[in-house]
Design a protein around this ligand. Structure first.
Ligand SMILES: Nc1ncnc2c1ncn2[C@@H]1O[C@H](COP(=O)(O)OP(=O)(O)OP(=O)(O)O)[C@@H](O)[C@H]1O
Ligand SMILES: [Mg+2]
Ligand SMILES: [Zn+2]
Length: 456
């Protein structure tokens, strides 16, 4: 019987120490250490046997391996992946509980298995009949989609050898465990070991592996950052729990661009793609706009998105006025308010300011600044911006409007959705004659933008 030893492992970054520490010296996290048991005897499965006789070669002599991509059957999913799943790669899909991770993978499995491609769906969280129930609801039927309810990694490995699937789905990495490591499922050591085995499977057997990962309260993928480093592609599945739409967002991609966003609607019979999300995000907007409501054109990956921003400004009853931002960076909001006070003379020192991006979208690009400024300014002055106007522009500290990228695409999207005017930075050189159905108003200062588009 080998002697069992324990070590303390930081569940945030994987740092190991022989004794408990309150704060991780590596990543700075507090109370992140958990005691894990490990086998002090040398572990065979951890030992990588050196076998091949590869050697370095000149970059000019390397042949490009045309990695084969195949479609997931869901266009939005393909786009986020950079054109489909890559053979022999590992994709991690992370998201909140109940967001629809198992659903999207089962729907993908249905498409992949259409032309007799074999897929193995391993569920470590649900029984086979539970999955069958969902499959029935989603209309998934296939003769080459295998369902396996199992948590033991050694058993899963055996089935992979036997079935030889082209696609392997693990739902989820936090629930499977390997006997080679004695600590409990979901711990850093288990996740690292299981992912290592999966990497081996993907690279050596050329199997495409899709792994589901849970996220923590803070929104990080549970387990160490190493998980994100090890896989080829990291995709977050997000959404508003109380609304039916879902966003698929790529955070890391070794085979394509990141920051692509896919938009879905969650229905009884599964996820439906939404190819024109701007329409959906704006459909609750009424024609008679209230003060403080503004539509902006933001850029999500390669696609422009029109979104409404709302603001509420009112006299405060607190010692210091409140600033609340939903969907835009808090410090960015403070900066915009400072510019409004200094450059436009808007007095907000006794006013509470709330800013909300409709649809639970997180905007992290500065091109939304001008829209936020106008939302706050119109609400404070009780005036409106016309319902047919879109606002685009970054705000500088001296009140100047700075250029934004991809302006043509934003204008086209606004035109397509029937908007009549768009306010853009004059620093962007736009060929106005290219657009016949939309009036382009170029502005260079915040005060000009306010005069140009505010209805008294
Ligand atoms: N009958 C139904 N009609 C419509 N939507 C449903 C129905 N049943 C489930 N759903 C939706 O599917 C979601 C659950 O999907 P799914 O099981 O794929 O999520 P998950 O991300 O895999 O969750 P978990 O983290 O628990 O594994 C529910 O939150 C709900 O929105
Ligand atoms: Mg699930
Ligand atoms: Zn740490």
């Amino acid at each position: 019987m080998p002697k069992l030893k324990t070590k303390w492992v930081c569940q945030n970054c994987g740092y190991e120490t022989p004794k408990y520490l309150g704060k991780c010296p590596d990543c700075g996290q507090w109370s992140s250490f958990v005691e894990e048991v490990f086998d002090s005897a040398p572990n065979l499965s951890n030992k990588r046997v050196f076998t091949d006789d590869t050697k370095p070669c000149l970059i000019n002599e390397i042949e490009i391996d045309n990695r084969i991509r195949f479609s997931t059957g869901i266009e939005e999913f393909d786009r986020v992946l950079g054109g489909g799943l890559v053979q022999g790669s590992i994709v991690l899909i992370a998201g909140d509980p109940g967001i629809g991770k198992s659903t999207i993978l089962l729907q993908t499995g249905k498409y992949i298995c259409k032309n007799d491609t074999k897929a193995l769906y391993v569920s470590a969280e649900e029984s086979a009949s539970q999955i069958k129930l969902r499959a029935k609801r989603l209309g998934v039927e296939s003769n080459s989609l295998y369902i396996y309810s199992q948590t033991n990694f050694e058993a899963i490995k055996k089935q992979i050898e036997e079935i030889k699937p082209q696609v392997l789905i693990i739902d989820s990495i936090q629930a499977v465990y390997s006997e080679a490591v004695t600590s409990s499922p979901g711990s850093v050591s288990q996740i690292r070991e299981c992912t290592n085995i999966l990497l081996d499977i993907a690279k050596n057997k050329n199997i495409t592996v899709v792994v589901v990962g849970h996220v923590t309260k803070e929104g990080n993928i549970a387990g160490p950052k190493v998980l994100e480093h090890m896989v080829d592609t990291v995709i977050y599945f997000e959404g508003d729990r109380y609304k039916s739409y879902r966003l698929l967002r790529c955070m890391k991609n070794r085979f394509g661009t990141t920051n692509e966003v896919g938009v879905f609607n969650m229905c009884d019979d599964g996820l439906h793609e939404i190819s024109n999300p701007s329409e959906m995000f704006l459909n609750e907007r009424t024609q008679a706009v209230a003060p403080g409501s503004v539509v902006i054109a933001t850029n999500e990956g390669t696609r422009p998105l029109l979104i409404e921003i709302q603001s509420l400004v009112g006299t405060t009853s607190y010692p210091s006025p409140r600033r609340v931002s939903n969907g835009i960076d808090y410090n960015r909001l403070l900066q915009i308010l400072a510019v409004l006070e200094k450059r436009v003379g808007l007095n907000l020192s006794k006013q509470d300011v709330y800013v909300n991006v409709i649809g639970g979208i997180e905007i992290d690009e500065p091109a939304a600044d001008l829209g936020v400024a106008l939302a706050v300014a119109t609400c404070a002055r009780d005036v409106t911006v016309s319902a047919d106007t879109v606002i685009v522009g970054e705000l500088g500290l001296s009140g100047e409007i700075r250029a934004v990228n991809n302006l043509e695409k934003r204008i086209k999207e606004a035109e397509k959705l029937g908007f009549k005017k768009i306010v853009v930075p004059s620093a962007n050189k736009v060929k106005k004659e290219d657009y016949t159905n939309i009036e382009i108003i170029s502005v260079s200062r915040l005060i000009d933008a306010i005069t140009a588009c505010v209805n008294k």
